[in-house]
Design a binder for this molecule. Structure first.
Ligand code: BGC
Length: 768
């Protein structure tokens, strides 16, 4: 009540003020209205009423900065034009402008030189950190540790915000079942349940509880939608998926993002079932802004409006602008379509101005929420930037995340952890001393050579003798972000040195895998083996010393079938960011007991792709009948993955027992079990629960993850774990897009991977 009275007084004040103001001082008015964040809607409406059509469209226009590029440079993209547009108020946002000094430069133009002084929103790809890097998102997802993932996004936001950035193009919540697609490194893997929870954690981490704090930034769920299903894993390729996959696999993490309050969405380059996402009204208007009631704004992907011409969907830039605006794309990233065409389209009556108003309101609202109208320079404090960048607290957080992201894939005869003294260790491999590659892809803000290498990490343990030999180069020449990598395919001149080192070592640690820039955008691969001469190097070393620990650095699942058959210990260390070498050394020496679990299936061979745990049964068996060929299989490869989704070992062992299913009420099924640490050291286990809805009107996968819990146990300790299954976990989307729960029989599985060990059954009746 008091709030309402207060509101009326303020509104009356605004009205009186507005009446008395001429256009000259309307800029002051716009800034003046920022004192109270309670009335953003009124402020936005008021500001909108002062804007010319061109100024409104300006808010819908986003330009790349003048230095870094993260996409092809469009023809119209010259700096002089950008400055001119900035001064006229025809730019609402810029991306790839970073660092307080540079952000100040453009923000000052927007605030002090344009008629209305509307601040810019500054976007940047803070994908796994800004300057201090966390593990790549796929690696972080292997932790299954939502609190840590949230914290990782939190520190990324703090460091980025201190550098003038107030909006990240993250999280990427695209589900993908195809490791050939280079961007799997940027997501949470193949599962919509895990992906939804991780999306939520990341959004909460970036945005915090108070978006107007100078330590939080707006998040962006991308790429809406279907981008992770690019045909044959080739980036930007056509996407053609059925309704059930769309509703049950692709949409859920996006829906979870809306529920978590994400302030922006980015659409995608791909067409989805014949309609490019940027011009897709079903996705943007019907589902996102309609059914899900999303009240933030949608930015296009880089140049995705004009790319609709190449798709064969629109014939020119003008039609691209028309279709995009009507379909619900609110901001144009680097297509120059809105800024050049939209005003005429409105004047010609082809685009309703109400649609422009709606888009601008959404954009202004987020700017108000960020507090940019209160203080457009609130993210621009050079002292803070110096103090925060690379701070001890941030380094500690990324190290913690790095440890938790490591997955132990194999550990025959307990070769790991290594003994801390008296060992001759041979360290071999092109990535063993590398200080750049562990930073991974999407690291525009980070400097080369800033990661702790494995060599440096191991050197901290001083009582073992380490001899290092590179063995072979992975790449030849420069490794620039925008350039295709030149992989070394024939230079084996370093092998002899490596072989000598191996011969004289008790244990050999080999650090092999992909270069950091071999995954990420536009980095699709048709082979998922160890690139270049690394497989040969591995085999050459194996011939003289079989005591090998293989440490993998990679941005996606690899087909390391030979290594799995021959190498006794394998550690999946992904690209772990700035603290990479320290985290790896701690795990190799047992100062940290690994607990990561794979968020994506590792295939045995590329021909099995797409391979994923939540597949459907066919009418034919997947197990051979005697003398029978007509079963669903390959004649030259098993159906089984190399390592299943959810898989990962520990230095201890866990025993699952006493699975019980009880119906706690008419709305909840309770599933409980006991977990015992049967090994000699403390450890953490990700207890996973899967269901199978046996018969349904739309067939259901053989397994669906529906719960997990991280459980820490001392040796011999036993804990009970209980999961609750409700309609939310047991239902699914039918082909009309409705969420339904169908009565009937369910199987439930519990264990330490998707090959869960315990199994039971229950039935849901009509009253559930
Ligand atoms: C990518 C986006 C990214 C944008 C801006 C595009 O090429 O697809 O994910 O946010 O560039 O850098």
């Amino acid at each position: 009540m008091i709030r309402n009275v207060y509101k009326i007084v303020i509104l009356a004040f605004i009205f009186v003020c507005y009446q008395g103001c001429d256009k000259q001082n309307s800029k002051e008015l716009a800034l003046h209205l920022n004192d109270d964040s309670l009335f953003i809607k009124e402020k936005v409406d008021d500001l909108l009423s002062q804007m010319t059509l061109e100024e409104k469209i300006g808010q819908m226009n986003q330009y790349n900065g003048f230095w870094d590029v993260t996409g092809p440079t469009p023809d119209s993209g010259d700096a002089a034009k950008k400055y001119e547009h900035l001064k006229k108020g025809y730019v609402g946002s810029m991306l790839n402008v970073r660092g307080v000094k540079d952000v100040m430069e453009v923000q000052k133009i927007a605030v002090e030189e344009t008629r209305l002084g509307i601040p810019l929103i500054i976007g940047f790809d803070v994908i796994h950190g800004y300057k201090t890097l966390s593990p790549i998102p796929l690696a972080e997802s292997a932790s299954w540790d939502l609190e840590s993932i949230k914290k990782s996004a939190r520190v990324a936001a703090i460091e980025a915000a201190a550098a003038g950035i107030n909006w990240t193009f993250a999280p990427m919540v695209d589900i993908s079942r195809d490791a050939r697609w280079g961007r799997v490194m940027e997501g949470a893997g193949e599962d919509p349940y895990l992906g939804s929870l991780i999306a939520k954690a990341r959004i909460q981490g970036f945005q915090g509880d108070d978006l107007s704090s100078h330590e939080t930034i707006a998040a962006c769920a991308k790429h809406w939608a279907g981008y992770g299903f690019a045909e044959s894993g080739r980036d930007y390729n056509t996407v053609d998926v059925g309704t059930s996959t769309l509703n049950n696999i692709i949409f859920p993490p996006f829906k979870a993002s809306v529920e978590a309050g994400v302030r922006t969405f980015m659409n995608s380059f791909n067409e989805l079932n014949g309609i490019p996402a940027t011009g897709n009204a079903f996705l943007q208007r019907e589902i996102l802004k309609g059914k899900w009631n999303f009240d933030g704004f949608v930015v296009s992907d880089w140049g995705s409006m004009i790319e609709m011409i190449e798709h064969g969907f629109v014939k020119d830039k003008k039609q691209a602008a028309e279709i995009s605006a009507i379909a619900g794309s609110d901001m144009d990233m680097e297509s120059y379509a809105y800024v050049e065409e939209l005003a005429n389209l409105v004047r010609e009556g082809r685009v309703d101005e109400a649609l422009i108003d709606d888009a601008v309101k959404r954009i202004l609202t987020v700017k108000y929420e960020l507090g940019l109208f209160d203080d457009p320079y609130k993210y621009c404090n050079e002292t803070r930037e110096t103090e925060v960048t690379g701070s001890e607290a941030i380094q500690e957080a990324v190290l913690d995340m790095a440890r938790k992201s490591i997955v132990l894939l194999k550990n025959e005869n307990n070769l790991l952890p290594l003994s801390k003294s008296g060992q001759k260790i041979g360290l071999i491999g092109p990535l063993a001393a590398d200080k750049t590659s562990p930073l991974g892809s999407w690291r525009i803000g980070a400097d080369d050579n800033t990661a702790v290498s494995v060599l440096e990490g191991l050197q901290r343990y001083k009582n073992n003798a380490i001899t290092y030999a590179k063995g072979a180069d992975l790449t030849i020449g420069e490794t620039l972000f925008a350039i295709e990598l030149d992989i070394n395919k024939d230079d084996t001149s370093g092998f002899s040195e490596a072989i000598e080192v191996a011969k004289n070592s008790d244990v050999v640690i080999m650090v092999l895998g992909e270069h950091g820039f071999q995954s990420g955008e536009a980095r699709s691969r048709t082979n998922l083996d160890l690139p270049g001469v690394q497989q040969e190097l591995l085999e050459a070393v194996y011939n003289v010393n079989k005591n090998i620990v293989l440490v993998l650095n990679n941005g996606r699942p690899l087909t390391i079938t030979w290594a799995d058959e021959h190498i006794p210990a394998i550690v999946e260390a992904w690209q772990l960011g700035t603290q990479s070498g320290n985290a790896i050394a701690e795990v190799l020496y047992g100062d940290y007991n690994p607990s990561g679990k794979l968020p994506m299936t590792f295939p045995r061979s590329v021909g099995q792709i797409p391979i994923y745990y939540n597949y459907k049964n066919t009418g034919r068996p997947t197990i051979p009948a005697p003398k029978e060929v007509f079963w669903s299989h390959y004649i030259d490869e098993s159906n089984e993955p190399l390592y299943p989704f959810g898989y990962g070992l520990s230095y201890t062992t866990f025993l699952y027992s006493d699975l019980e299913v009880t119906k706690a009420s008419e709305e909840v099924v309770e599933v409980s079990l006991k977990l015992e640490n049967t090994g000699k050291v403390s450890g953490k286990e990700v207890v996973q629960l899967y269901i199978h809805d046996l018969f349904a009107t739309v067939t259901r996968p053989v397994k669906e993850l529906k719960g997990f819990e991280l459980v820490e146990l001392a040796p011999n300790e036993i804990k009970s774990v209980t999961f609750k299954l409700t309609k939310k976990e047991l239902g699914f989307y039918n082909n009309s897009g409705d969420f339904v729960l169908e009565p009937g029989e369910f199987k439930v599985y519990v264990g330490g991977s998707s090959k869960a060990v315990l199994e039971s059954k229950f039935t849901i009746n009509n009253n559930f």
